[in-house]
Each structure stands twice: as structure tokens, then as C-alpha cells.
Ligand binder design. Sequence first.
Ligand code: TXA
Ligand code: MG
Length: 328
Amino acid sequence: MVSIIASNSKSIEQAAKILRQGGLVAMPTETVYGLAADARNGQAVAKIFEAKGRPSFNPLIVHVNSLEDAAEIAELSEQERIAARAFWPGPLTMILKRRTDSGLSDLVTAGLETVAVRVPAHKTARALIESCGFPIAAPSANKSGSLSPTSPAHVAKSLGDKVDLILADGSCKVGLESTVLDCTGDKPLVLRPGGISAEEISRILDEEVTYDLGDKDKPKSPGQLLKHYAPDTLVRLNAIDLEEGEALLAFGSIKFMGVKGKGAASDLPDTMIRNLSEQGDLYDAASNLFAMLRDLDRPEHKRIAVMSIPDKGIGVAINDRLRRAANC
Ligand code: TXA
Ligand code: MG
């Protein structure tokens, strides 16, 4: 049985000890739970790939506590520093030029000359990094290709005893993985939409930031190639009504939603309906997304029908995850 221990100064110290010895710890962050290892230790990092069943060409995010610590492993341009000052600590990952003396394991960056760096805001993640004193590699703490975990129970279910300790600190506030920003080319690009929108970054950089969510022939980010965030049950998007046997993932009011030939969606049993946000709040929807998809992911459901979500702000990130869940 994997140990799940509430986060406090003692358990954080215990977790730091496991990481120093080359083990794996699941740590809460404000986005999703991460599967942490010492980013300098190749054997420890290899355990992450093994535990997740993750293709080793897909590089990991390195977590540090400050811009100064980021500058120890990567080179930052003035523009990258402006973004860092505005959004760190927080749900922003930046693709940066890796320093030759970074000390990072090559496995973390999958042999690339760039490294993905993030400064998390969550107090437990920060305390753990502080206690370790070295950069921590952490992808989401789930099997590769499945939904990211937003609670300790999700981690235990997905990875079980492949992780040495789960530091438990409730559910994640943002609920979606960080925004991945790449300023290393001619124009700033968002490679993965997340908690911070391209519009917000544009305002800070005073330059247009565009989404580049991947071209199968020329992926900018290895993660763009992979099937991601998929429940076992089929997912149907932009549903305006339900077919018999479908579960409903709603957004906003379901007053006018019907089940074809069978009456109102609101009459379905509780197990078949989840509402991302009855008030239509996109931040609430983001934080509920993965847990609710999981709740509805049951073999007795023919499909999960999802109502449409406005494609603005964090809605872009929600729709990105939903399209991947629906495999389209
Ligand atoms: O919110 C998050 O970002 C969470 C928490 C734990 O911090 N972490 C997370 O990591 O989502 P992961 O490994 O599941 O996603 C990292 C993404 C992948 O799509 C990967 O391909 C991309 O970042 N990435 C990593 N290094 C890269 C690089 N050097 N160039 C381009 N993309 C990179
Ligand atoms: Mg992931």
C-alpha cells in the first residue's frame, strides 16, 4: 500500500529525504499533483518514466522556487524575465535555453537544448523544493495518456505503490496543467494552454502571443504528439442534447437539455450528471474538469456528452483538454 500522508513540516522533511535518496514523491501543486524526483539524478528521473509508462522522448518540467534559481539551470532573455516576474510563482512553464552547466540529467530534457521550467505557487511544493535545495523534475502524477490527478486519491488510483509517498494537501485550485510558453523563437508561442491565457501574457509582454497547439508533422512540444487526458469512456463534444445511455458533463444551466425521446436531462440519476459550473464560471470549470470526467468514466455509460464551453481565457485550455479526451 502506498502511504498517503498529510502535508506538514515533518512529512515534507520525510518527502525531501526520499527525494535525496533517489525516490519518487507525489507533491501537490496549484495546477495538478506532480510526480517528483531529483532532476539531477538520472536514475531517479528514469523511475518517473517507468512509473508513468511515459515515452522517454517526452521531456519533463523542472520546478524551482525563484527566477534566480531558474537562472542557475537556464539562460533567460529580458523578455523571459519579464514574463517570469509577472507570472511566477504560478501556473506558467517556460521553455528556456538549457545552461551547459545546469547539472540536470539529460533524461529530464530528453536530449533537447531547451528545458521547461516552472516556479510553483503551492506552499507544499515550495516547502519541498526549499527543503531539498535542488531542482525537482515533476510531470503530472498519473499514468501517461490518462487524466491528470487533482487529488491524492487520483494519484493513488493511477500510480499506486509505484510512488514512495503521496504528500496530501486537498484538491488543486487551478485543476489544469500549467500554460507552456516558448519565447525562444521569433515570436512568443503558447505550446500548451493552461491556467494563464495567451491574452494575459500578451498584455505583459506588449507583444502578440499566439497559440501553437501542434502540427502532427512538426510538433514544437513533444507532448503535443501524444494522446492525452483520455478517460476510457468515449467523449462527445458540444452536445446540445443527450442520446440514451450517455452521461452528461454540463456547463451552466441544463434546463433546456433533453434526452432524445426520453424527457429531461435533469431527470437522469446523479451518477450520470456532473456540472462543471452551474454559474458558468470558467475557473470553477477548470478546477472541476478532471475530477468530473473521472466520476463519469464508468463502463455503464455509453459516452460522456459534454456541453460547449466558451473558447476564451482559460476556456481555451479546457477545450484543448476536452478535444484530446475526445481524441479529435
Ligand atoms: O502544471 C503542470 O505543468 C504540471 C505540474 C506537476 O507542474 N506538470 C506537467 O508536466 O503537466 P508534464 O510533464 O505532464 O507536461 C510537460 C509538458 C509536456 O507536454 C512536454 O512535452 C512539454 O511540457 N515540454 C517539456 N520540456 C519541453 C521542451 N524542452 N520543449 C518543449 N516542450 C517541452
Ligand atoms: Mg501530464
